[in-house]
Design a protein around this ligand. Structure first.
Ligand SMILES: NC(=O)c1ccc[n+]([C@@H]2O[C@H](COP(=O)([O-])OP(=O)(O)OC[C@H]3O[C@@H](n4cnc5c(N)ncnc54)[C@H](OP(=O)(O)O)[C@@H]3O)[C@@H](O)[C@H]2O)c1
Length: 332
């Protein structure tokens, strides 16, 4: 019989996250009670927002704790069921965490249709794809022909948000941390331009590629990229505050950029934070539209795979340093 391999949070990070902040453990495979299912993990996503959870800055995630399985969304197969609605053999999305087996109440898992690729439920049809969709469409409220700027544009949320912008008829500019990522955005994903924020000429280059200003800024990073975006925003522009990845991997997050509230007032900019859960009632509609775009080839899902549970901590440290392209997935 298998054992349940788990990645446990050993320490809350001091400064930057280290592989040694995690430890591997084996435990007994849990048994489902009435109304529950046992899920064997196929794969899970490593996502930047979980670093905010370890920092204690994601209030929705509660206080960070050690000695528990690292949290995360996975897809897996139901291998034992005491549920009337979810059967053995069903493939589901669940908050598996970083472990091989997990038990869930039947209402917590989402069954994946047989003809869908389960891995898409960690990317474009999962948390990050829905975040890109609602952040852009509901918070950014773009109009065809407008200019969209996206930060962390080659990451999971970012590469999807930018492509949805193209589908909706926008001029799309991606900001990312290397020229190779920028080339991928423009040559493979159809972005109109890309700018490397690590270049000394970043602000000038951003100005060059946004000659008509920016109408919608999809902000995954906060920090100095938000500071630069504020100066490029048009009157009545919208900033969708999705995340602050530039300030997660530290004990000393920087204060917000200059220009708030002055620039917001003068340009009548709307700056609005959102959490994906705000749109839970509309997930099915969004998934149907996203699935249609994947089927037609209009939306490409880039994934970046790491093999084996043991590799997850190093994969997370590397993601925070910009090592990933698209959605980083750990396949068991
Ligand atoms: N509001 C919500 O409900 C919600 C839901 C899901 C995710 N999010 C947010 O979405 C954002 C993206 O998450 P993700 O899971 O898709 O991660 P991701 O973009 O796949 O990975 C993180 C990326 O951030 C970039 N980065 C790291 N340090 C940076 C810095 N100092 N300045 C600028 N960029 C930096 C890196 O790319 P480079 O090479 O470009 O540096 C890295 O690839 C996060 O802020 C997350 O919190 C929000």
């Amino acid at each position: 019989m298998d054992e349940n391999k788990q990645v446990i949070i050993a320490n809350l990070p001091k400064g930057k996250l280290q592989e040694s902040d995690y430890t591997l453990k084996t435990a007994a495979i849990p048994s489902p009670q009435q109304g529950e299912v046992l899920v064997k993990t196929i794969a899970f996503a490593i996502t930047a927002g979980t670093r905010a959870g370890l920092q204690g800055s994601a209030s929705y995630a509660g206080a960070p704790k050690t000695g528990v399985v690292m949290n995360g969304t996975g897809v897996g197969e139901v291998v034992e069921s005491r549920s009337g609605t979810v059967a053995v053999g069903d493939i589901v999305v669940a908050p598996t965490g970083w472990q091989a087996y997990s038990v869930h109440a039947e209402g917590v898992v989402t069954q994946i249709p047989r003809n869908h690729n389960p891995i898409h439920y960690l990317g474009p049809l999962g948390v990050n794809g829905l975040t890109a969709y609602f952040g852009l469409m509901e918070v950014g409220r773009p109009q065809p022909g407008e200019t969209l700027m996206v930060s962390a544009a080659a990451g999971s949320v970012g590469h999807l948000a930018g492509q949805i912008g193209k589908i909706k008829g926008l001029q799309v500019v991606g900001v990312c941390g290397s020229d190779a990522k920028g080339a991928l955005l423009t040559q493979q994903l159809g972005f109109d331009a890309a700018v490397n924020y690590k270049d000394s000429g970043f602000r000038n280059r951003l100005k060059e590629v946004t000659p008509n200003g920016v109408d919608v800024y999809f902000d995954n990073t906060g920090g100095m990229i938000l500071g630069a975006a504020l100066f490029r925003m048009n009157v009545a522009g919208r900033i969708a505050c999705c995340g602050v990845v530039s300030q997660y991997d530290t004990d000393h997050p920087e204060p917000g950029p200059k220009g708030i509230p002055g620039l917001l007032i003068n340009k009548r900019i709307t700056m609005r934070g959102f959490l994906l859960f705000d749109f839970v009632d509309a997930y099915a509609r969004a998934r149907a539209e996203l699935h249609g775009w994947i089927d037609s080839g209009a939306l490409q899902s880039l994934t970046d795979e790491v093999a084996g549970l043991e590799a997850a901590p190093a994969g997370f440290v590397d993601l925070l340093a910009g090592g990933n392209v698209g959605t980083r997935i750990v396949r068991l």
